[in-house]
Write a protein that binds this ligand. Structure first.
Ligand SMILES: *Cc1c(COP(=O)(O)O)cnc(C)c1O
Length: 355
């Protein structure tokens, strides 16, 4: 069998949820499990996060699957209704949609469900992605409060720079100016806001990335935040090449040996979810030792430097990311973020659940 696999630790995920709760200042915690739980599997997330106060997903299908798995906690639909035809299922499954634009209010007004919904009313406080303008708050809140199809309202916003020096206050201040007038519960924080900006927690927090053990910050490691990486992508060396000085490796011959050296060929490529843009020098662990990738990543293989690792030959274990090689470090080398790498784990990679 091809030796690549992803080990996913439910224990690490449960631990990370406890870290989130410890930072939440009493707010209830929605575990964000969109995108197949950031690549970790919806069913695993359901089992690892039984202590969550709720789950947040993107689609009705994900929400329905969670209900089928026996989830009884509230389930939030992060982008709410994509059409009026989704209202009935929301009521049936007790899903809590976000209302972020006027058309969604129209749908609910025209066809109120028999059982009124808990909703999140989302305001744009400066990110300018989803959300209704804060300036229109009076008319919007009054309208939603008067809807027969709405049982309760939580105000909501989302931060654009919670992970950066600019922080959240430039958005939180105008948002709370409005929210404080209504005495309604509110929800603001994603992982970065939860970890660094306690004032942004409100009644419900929405951590995603941190639950999977990755740091949202460029200047703080997961370890420093007390998080445990939940996913380890590992494989083995399936070929060894002895290069002479001047010889190149792989497509495009992007890496050339300056002196004689040993190169290991690893059973992992971009069709497994490893980023093709990872350049020479991207960190990797071989047989427990630190190494680096060489040359271009191909579909099913990549090459690593075996200089200084004389014992590493065919069958040597390779960690592409995990406890020894932070997924954030691979992401940074490949000019992307850990979110993208975790979500992109390919279906062809076998998953093994570990404690
Ligand atoms: C994905 C998402 C989150 C989770 O963000 P992380 O950075 O992964 O913690 C929170 N809120 C909303 C609206 C989201 O779409």
């Amino acid at each position: 069998m091809r030796p690549i696999k992803a080990e996913i630790s439910l224990g690490a995920m449960a631990h990370n949820l406890r870290v989130a709760r410890a930072h939440a200042h009493g707010a209830r915690v929605f575990a964000v499990v969109k995108a197949n739980a950031y690549g970790h599997g919806l069913s695993r997330a359901r089992r690892a996060f039984t202590a969550a106060d709720g789950f947040a997903v993107l689609t009705l299908e994900e929400a329905a699957n969670l209900r089928l798995m026996g989830v009884e906690q509230p389930i939030m639909l992060l982008e709410g209704l994509f059409g009026a035809d989704e209202i009935a299922t929301c009521a049936e499954l007790d899903l809590w949609p976000v209302l972020h634009q006027a058309a969604q209010l129209d749908w609910l007004e025209r066809a109120p469900p028999a059982r009124p919904l808990q909703v999140f009313l989302k305001f744009d406080s400066g990110m300018h992605r989803l959300g209704m303008p804060l300036a229109g708050h009076a008319a919007i809140v009054a309208r939603v409060r008067g809807m027969a199809g709405v049982a309760g309202i939580t105000l909501m916003t989302h931060f654009a720079q919670a992970d950066e020096a600019a922080g959240v206050d430039w958005q939180l201040r105008p948002f709370l100016d409005v929210a404080d007038r209504y005495g309604l519960p509110w929800s603001g924080a994603n992982s970065a806001a939860l970890l660094r900006h306690p004032q942004a927690c409100g009644a419900w927090v929405r951590p995603g990335l941190m639950l999977y053990g990755a740091s949202p910050f460029a200047d703080a490691s997961a370890d420093a935040l007390g998080l445990k990486p939940a996913m380890t992508l590992k494989s083995e060396i399936i070929g060894v090449q002895n290069l002479r000085a001047g010889e190149g490796v792989g497509y495009g011959q992007l890496f050339r040996a300056e002196r004689p050296m040993r190169v290991g060929v690893v059973a992992c490529g971009y069709a497994d979810g490893y980023p093709r843009h990872a350049p020479t020098g991207t960190p990797v662990a071989v047989g427990g030792g630190a190494s680096r990738t060489l040359g271009r990543v191909s579909m099913d293989m990549l090459c690593v430097d075996l200089d200084g690792l004389p014992d590493a030959g065919i069958g040597a274990p390779v960690e592409l990311w995990g406890a020894h090689v932070p997924v954030e470090a691979v992401a940074t080398a490949a000019a992307t973020v850990s979110y993208e790498l975790l979500c992109a784990l390919a279906p062809r990679v076998q998953v093994e659940e570990v404690e």
